[in-house]
Ligand binder design. Sequence first.
Ligand code: AP5
Ligand code: MG
Length: 209
Amino acid sequence: MNIIFLGPPGAGKGTQAQRICAALNIPQISTGDILRRAIKEQTPTGLKAKSYIDAGGLVPDDVIIDIVKERLQQDDCKNGYILDGFPRTVPQAEALDTFAKMDAVIELDVADEKLVERISGRRVCLKCGATYHVSLLNGETKCAVCGEELIQRADDQPETVLNRLKVYHAQTAPLVDFYGAKGLVKKVDGDVPMDDVFASIMAALGAQA
Ligand code: AP5
Ligand code: MG
């Protein structure tokens, strides 16, 4: 199954994509993770992307479309995948239509007021993409999956988060209508405990846990 996760920053796309991918044995394709790794490794794409990400804006469509198009050609995508953070603009969605066919779009719904608190407490692993919240880490500073030191994302400062939210509502939220017109959108309440969000997404996909 080819699935898109849509939702504002902090809605839980990465958290749930990791869990659903493990359950369905398909890869998570997070454009944010790909870009952060590129920045860390100082690749040409990373150098180009850094200023946009640091400001909470979007990386230009052509850069990100090429990355995703190439990634979807890899072998592990044959049985499906979750796109986490792509598409994010109507031109990206139109481009995606030309090289892949989607089966479902999960819209994770969380009110803006909740998102800033969630994001300010987030810690991430840049190596494997695992996501945590300080309130549940009990002082642990290393990734439970791969042992890497956890960090706070550079774009998780409150003023940058507010800009990311603005950008989401202006440029990405219109995709709910874009995919709604195709009958693909399943709206899931993201403001309940993580296990309940997981169960709702599995049910929306018609998948067995
Ligand atoms: P990206 O990395 O995609 O960031 P985002 O969309 O802003 O989303 P986040 O990763 O911040 O949130 P999330 O929904 O994954 O939440 P998470 O699971 O971590 O993109 C970053 C940047 O890269 C963009 O701003 C842009 O510059 C660029 N970019 C990426 N893709 C692009 C594209 N297609 N085009 C152009 N530019 C692009 O959860 C958040 C926190 O909440 C965690 O601490 C978690 O533990 C906690 N949490 C999760 N679920 C729950 C729950 N149910 N209850 C309580 N807490 C919870
Ligand atoms: Mg994420």
